[in-house]
Design a protein. Structure first.
Length: 110
């Protein structure tokens, strides 16, 4: 669960970098700084995934990614896509951890 979510957050940081490049020609420095802050926070949050606060901050950052669509319109789509991947990482990761825990509880066959 943690590894999938960290991978999603890392890819989001790259997408935000490209979104900042798209915004560079048409928008003010404040819009670029806002995108830069989101990109840095997303990347730093990938390291917080061992704690519950990492999931909370990550979910808030998903909303911020979608909100950046007000500056760079394609980010509405990309933000929603990554939010879906975020939810999938949570659901699939939880199932994977349950399977892993069950395998570790079973005794090895002799």
């Amino acid at each position: 669960m943690r590894i999938l979510a960290s991978a999603v957050l890392t890819m989001e940081a790259f997408v935000m970098g490209f979104a900042i490049l798209l915004a560079m020609g048409e928008h003010s420095g404040g819009a670029l700084a806002f995108g830069g802050v989101i990109a840095i926070l997303v990347l730093l949050n990938a390291g917080l995934m061992k704690k519950k606060i990492g999931w909370v901050i990550g979910s808030i950052l998903q909303v911020a990614m979608i909100g950046y669509g007000a500056i760079v319109t394609p980010m509405y789509f990309m933000g929603a896509l990554f939010a879906a991947l975020w939810i999938a990482a949570f659901v699939v990761g939880r199932k994977g951890e349950a399977i892993r825990a069950e395998l570790l509880r079973q005794k090895p066959l002799k």
